[in-house]
Design a protein around this ligand. Sequence first.
Ligand code: ASP
Ligand code: MG
Length: 422
Amino acid sequence: MKVYKFGGASVKSAQGVKNLKEIIGKETDNLVVVVSAMGKVTNMLEAVTGSYFNKKPDLTQNLQTVKNFHYNIVTELYVEKAEIEQRLGEIFAKLEEIIVQKPSLSYDFEYDRIVSFGEILSTTIVSDYLNLQDCKNIFVDVRTCLKSDDNYREGNIEFALSEQFVRETMNFSGTNLYITQGFIAGTITNQTTTLGREGSDYTATLLASMLDAENVTIWKDVPGVMNADPNANSKLYSDVKVIPRLSYKEAIELSYCGASIIHPKTVKPLKNKKIPLFVRSFAEPDKVGSVINDFAEKVDMPPIYINKANQVLFTLTPRDFSFIAEEKLSSIFSLLASYKVKVSLIQTSAISFSLCIDYNQATFNKMISEFQDDYEVLYNTDVELITIRHYTQKEVDKIFNERIVFVEQRSRLTVRFVVPAA
Ligand code: ASP
Ligand code: MG
């Protein structure tokens, strides 16, 4: 069997859903299809969550945006839409049942149970549409078999338990096609969790590993893993191209450096079982794209450029001028962890400690004020982190010729610069 994953961009319109059908129609093997929320629906539902939790008056408006988006797709996709509209109506009724109640005290809990509706809506439409088109499939609510702990918004998968349920549920007796959700999971008490933004890739590889898949394909809006983001300000990067083959290690390094091509957790489930991961274009499904796998021989890599925008660089200096020793580091990291902060780069000196992190407007000031109890804090918002893997000095000179650089780090393969945003 194989696993296919379709992200939001691939199902952002009726045309996208039709295209998905074309692509899976060509697959003859047993298939599990993992689908994300359509288009930018996760962002829309984040807005719903925000208005609900903070009791803002735009709640109804934000919900209506989500409804309109899905009903418009259905209108374009179906000739006879009464049945699917009724089904969507039932799903929206469940969402409304939640948001007429007073929110709990946990934003993360509310976030997961609301934002997960995006995946439920998309897979309901996709599964139903495929069935109507004689592409018979079984809809699986992944929360019944993919089990996580209750670390809301970053659920940790209970692998052994999930594996057992997933194998029981997706056993291919009586069907060769399952449609299910990425990004979401369920706790043992049947609460909904999510696995972190862009987590659907991770779902796909988890299921692949649990089901011993032959391979996984992520269908994307780019022709494969590229050596620079083709949509970014890549004028500087000449020769943007597809990298045909990457090792698991390279892929993990890239996603760690901020390459948005795959979710950082995606590769791990595949590695032990050596399951290949294909990254291909849903717009050009005939092209081979990239494959991530274990290769016996060394694979030559072009220079790879990764821009991580929306970063903040801050430096902590202990007020009492004491050395930055292990206990201090551990208290720094536990404070960061309590804010679910992702650290992109660190640099230490005797009495100061610099970090580049993802900027989260909602929590940054509060976190800094906590640090200020013990540290002098200096920071720059609006910085970006540029990484070049497999760099040559020529490249570095060309790109950083006249730019201000706040921090530079080099290893044999990788050079990283924290610079003011362009
Ligand atoms: N829909 C979720 C998100 O946009 C998960 C995903 O797309 O992978 O983050
Ligand atoms: Mg998405």
